[in-house]
Design a binder for this molecule. Sequence first.
Ligand SMILES: [Zn+2]
Length: 72
Amino acid sequence: MAAPKTCPVCGVKILVGMVGGDRVLFSAGPPGTRARLYARVCRYVEKPGCINRDGGSQKASPNDYYKPDAPR
Ligand SMILES: [Zn+2]
C-alpha cells in the first residue's frame, strides 16, 4: 500500500512505494514523477526541509520542465 508523503516546503504529495516508481500528486494536472516535481519546483527551493531535493532516481524528460514561452 502506497503511503503519501507531503513535502512541507513544496506542499506537494508524493506517493512512495508505487509500482514503477514514486508518484507525485500535483495541485493541478495529472500525477507525475519525482523528477518532474524536481524540475518544476524543488530545484528552485533552497530550503533543507524539501523531501525531493535529489529528484528521486527517475530521469526528467524535456516535457517535465516548464516552458514559459509555450503557446496557450
Ligand atoms: Zn519539495
